[in-house]
Design a protein around this ligand. Structure first.
Ligand SMILES: *[C@@H]1O[C@H](CO)[C@@H](O)[C@H](O)[C@H]1NC(C)=O
Ligand SMILES: *[C@@H]1O[C@H](CO)[C@@H](O)[C@H](O)[C@H]1NC(C)=O
Length: 284
């Protein structure tokens, strides 16, 4: 079955209108765009782990932030930046379209803090959803593929939503399956991790505590009501007390330090610019 619809976003946002075609219940092989060796290194993964990354120490693996079923190489700096931007734009647009509330978290929220963009040294993005949203995604959208063709993605690209069957386990006991779902760019293998913030009914701090399987916990008044904003030029949502959430995770310094990971924040351009290495300084 194929459904198609028009996604309209305000033209001023550079995101443009996107034609999305959804194919339901795709299997891995029908969405693979190129046939090659499986680089997931799955054979070396611990038994019981659902999501496969191309992570060391396996011999064929190359990077933990690529899905080895779809990729065999890392992208260059600029290509990766563009792919990650397309990834979060298509994710946010799709979730808005299917009516699932989602918000930015972790390094993605930190990128938002600085300039409403992905930190250029990051190779993944992090978002959260509520427990009822995760049930809904698992029930209706697992393995759905969304096709986007936009001026920024002129050749068109498929993105797949995949829900970990272990999402039903609410406990923090299964360390191999802390990621409940992923939004995967099946061309590059890059993905967004989607985790669930669940109400923790046994939390010692009492009612209103949200826990994630990766061990993060938040009082719900820090997250809700979500604030509406923009990220990578696309409408997005962030936690209500975003500053406190960021400070708790990264310390206050991360919100002011303008040199990090080989980049310097240019206050005029509002961009993280790579600090040139010594040899790059010399004219050719
Ligand atoms: C999603 O689909 C995949 C592939 O069929 C399957 O392995 C997985 O268990 C499904 N997830 C859920 C939550 O049902
Ligand atoms: C609830 O919170 C406690 C204390 O942080 C934690 O040990 C427990 O795993 C949490 N439960 C869930 C379901 O996340």
């Amino acid at each position: 079955m194929r459904l198609s619809w028009l996604l309209s976003l305000p033209a001023v946002l550079s995101v443009v209108s996107a034609l999305a075609i959804e194919k339901r219940d795709a299997d891995f092989f029908s969405v693979r765009t190129t046939m090659h060796k499986d680089m997931s290194g799955k054979r070396g993964d611990p038994k019981g782990k659902y999501f496969r990354e191309s992570a060391p120490p396996k011999s064929v693996a190359f990077h933990p932030h690529y899905d080895g079923r779809f990729a065999e190489t890392q992208l260059g700096y600029r290509e990766r930046k563009q792919a990650l931007s397309n990834l979060i734009q298509t994710y946010l647009a799709t979730f808005a379209d299917i009516g699932v509330e989602t918000w930015l978290m972790h390094g993605t929220l930190l990128g938002w803090w600085w300039n409403r963009k992905i930190l250029p040294w990051d190779s993944d993005s992090d978002v959260q959803v509520s427990e009822s949203s995760m049930h809904y995604l698992a029930s209706y959208y697992n393995m759905s593929v969304f096709h986007y063709k936009t001026p920024r993605i002129p050749d068109g690209r498929d993105y797949m939503l995949e829900v970990n069957p272990h999402y039903v386990n609410r406990e923090q006991s299964d360390k191999l399956n802390v990621i409940d779902a992923r939004w995967v760019d099946v061309t590059s293998g890059l993905f967004i991790d989607i985790t669930t913030a669940r109400y923790n009914h046994t939390h010692p701090a009492g009612a209103g505590m949200l826990s994630c399987k990766d061990g993060h916990e938040y009082r719900d008044t820090y997250i809700f009501p979500l604030r509406e904003t923009f990220f990578e030029g696309t409408p997005a949502k962030i936690p209500f007390a975003y500053k406190e959430v960021l400070e708790a995770e990264y310390h206050a310094k991360a919100l002011t330090l303008t040199e990090y990971e080989g980049h310097r924040f240019d206050e005029e351009k509002l961009e993280w610019i790579p600090i040139p290495k010594k040899e790059d300084d010399k004219p050719n």
